[in-house]
Write a protein that binds this ligand. Structure first.
Ligand code: SAH
Length: 344
C-alpha cells in the first residue's frame, strides 16, 4: 500500500490523524513542529517520538521531499537550487541575498505555458502544476541547508518557473500553509503574475494578504501582445481596469515589473504612456534590464536608455527602481530558469 505523505496534510487533517490513532493532541503539534520547523526528512528523524510510535506512523504515512541535486553559487552570492521531484521532473529555486534581506524565489509550475518571447522558461514548454507541498518544500529544503549556516529566509517571491495564477488552488493552498504551518508572514511574500484576470479577481478573497506584482512589460496592447501572447486573452486595458479596483490595504502598493528590451519598449513616448496607464494606481515600478540568453532575439538597452525611461516616470511622480541582474554567471537570473538537467 502506498503510504500517505504527511506534507500533504493540512493542520486540521494532521490533528484528525493523531486523534484517529488515539494519540494525545499535543502529538499533532509535535508532528508539525518536526516537519515545518526542524525540517525532518523522514518519520524516523522525529526523535521526540518513541521508536514504536515512529514505526506505527510509518505503517501508513511517510514524509516526502523534493531532492536537491545541484546547488550553484554565483560570484555575487546568488544561489541556484535544482530539485528532483518524485516523478522525475526538475524545478529550480533561487536564493538572493540583498543587504539585510534573504529572498527565496520559488517556482509554481514545471515549465510554463505562457511562452513570453523574452523568457527562457517558456521555451522549454509546460509539464505540470506543482502540488502545494512541492511549492512549500522549496522553502523547507533551502531552509534546512542554510539554517545550518546560520542564515534565514526573510522574503519569498513567486517569480521562478511558471505562472502562479494558472496553478491557483495549489498556490493559494501553499500561501495558507506558509502562514499557518510555517508562520511566515504573508506581507513578506510577493506573488508575481502575467495577469490571469479571473484568478486575479479571486485572489484577494481566497488567499492571505500577500503582495502583488504584475509583469507589465509594455504600455500598449500591440507591444505587450507581441511579447506576451497571454495579452490576447487578458488585455492590458482589462488588466489595468481590474487593478484599479484591486482591494489594497492602507499604504499597500502594487509592484509593476517592466523588462526593458532595446528599441522595443524603452522610448520616452512609452514611458509617458506607461505613466498615463498607471495613473491613480498605488504603485511601484521595477525596471528589469533584459537578461539575454543564448539564441534570443532581444538585446539589453543601454544604461542611458534605462535612466532616461526611469527619469520620465520619476518626473511624473512614480517610485521607480532599476533591478540589477543577479546570478547571471550561473543562469539564475530572471527568465533564465529552465532546468536543463535530466535525471539519468
Ligand atoms: N509568470 C510570473 C512569474 C515568473 S516570471 C510572471 O509573469 O510574473 C518573473 C519575472 O521575470 C517577470 O516579471 C518576467 O517579466 C521577468 N523575466 C522573464 N524573463 C526575463 C528576462 N530574460 N530578463 C529579465 N526579466 C525577465
Amino acid at each position: 500500500m502506498e503510504r500517505e505523505n504527511l506534507k500533504t496534510y493540512r493542520l486540521e487533517e494532521m490533528e484528525k490523524l493523531i486523534k484517529d490513532l488515539s494519540l494525545p493532541s499535543y502529538r499533532a503539534k509535535q508532528l508539525i513542529h518536526w516537519i515545518y520547523k526542524r525540517y525532518a526528512r523522514s518519520i524516523d528523524e522525529i526523535t521526540e517520538f518513541s521508536k514504536s510510535l515512529r514505526e506505527k506512523l510509518s505503517e501508513k504515512y511517510c514524509i516526502s521531499n523534493i531532492r536537491l541535486i545541484d546547488r550553484k553559487i554565483a560570484s555575487d552570492g546568488t544561489e541556484k537550487f535544482l530539485w528532483l521531484l518524485d516523478d522525475g521532473e526538475n524545478i529550480e529555486s533561487v536564493l538572493i541575498p540583498d543587504k539585510d534581506r534573504l529572498t527565496l524565489c520559488i517556482s509554481s509550475q514545471v515549465g510554463c505555458p505562457l511562452r513570453c518571447k523574452f523568457c527562457l522558461t517558456g521555451y522549454g514548454g509546460f509539464k505540470r502544476n506543482l502540488l502545494s507541498w512541492e511549492i512549500l518544500d522549496q522553502y523547507i529544503q533551502v531552509s534546512k541547508v542554510i539554517e545550518e549556516e546560520n542564515r534565514k529566509i526573510t522574503n519569498i517571491v513567486f517569480m521562478g518557473m511558471g505562472e502562479p495564477l494558472l496553478n491557483f488552488d495549489n498556490v493559494v493552498d501553499a500561501l495558507w500553509r506558509f502562514k499557518r504551518l510555517i508562520n511566515f508572514s504573508p506581507r513578506r511574500i510577493t506573488l508575481s503574475t502575467a495577469g490571469i484576470i479571473p484568478a486575479l479577481r479571486e485572489l484577494p478573497f481566497k488567499a492571505p494578504p500577500v503582495k502583488l506584482a504584475i509583469s507589465l512589460n509594455a504600455p500598449e496592447e500591440i507591444t505587450r501582445e507581441y511579447l506576451m501572447p497571454i495579452n490576447k486573452k487578458y488585455s492590458l486595458s482589462k488588466l489595468v481596469e481590474v487593478l484599479r479596483e484591486y482591494p489594497l490595504k492602507h499604504g499597500q502598493r502594487i509592484t509593476f515589473e517592466y523588462v526593458m528590451i532595446k528599441s522595443l519598449n524603452t522610448s520616452e513616448e512609452q514611458a509617458i504612456r506607461l505613466s498615463k496607464l498607471l495613473r491613480g494606481i498605488p504603485s511601484k515600478i521595477n525596471l528589469i534590464p533584459f537578461n539575454p540568453w543564448e539564441g534570443c532575439e532581444f538585446e539589453r538597452p543601454s544604461e542611458e536608455e534605462i535612466l532616461r525611461f526611469q527619469q520620465v516616470l520619476i518626473s511624473k511622480g512614480f517610485s521607480v527602481f532599476i533591478r540589477k541582474s543577479k546570478g547571471t554567471d550561473i543562469y539564475a537570473a530572471c527568465g533564465q530558469l529552465k532546468a536543463h538537467y535530466r535525471a539519468k
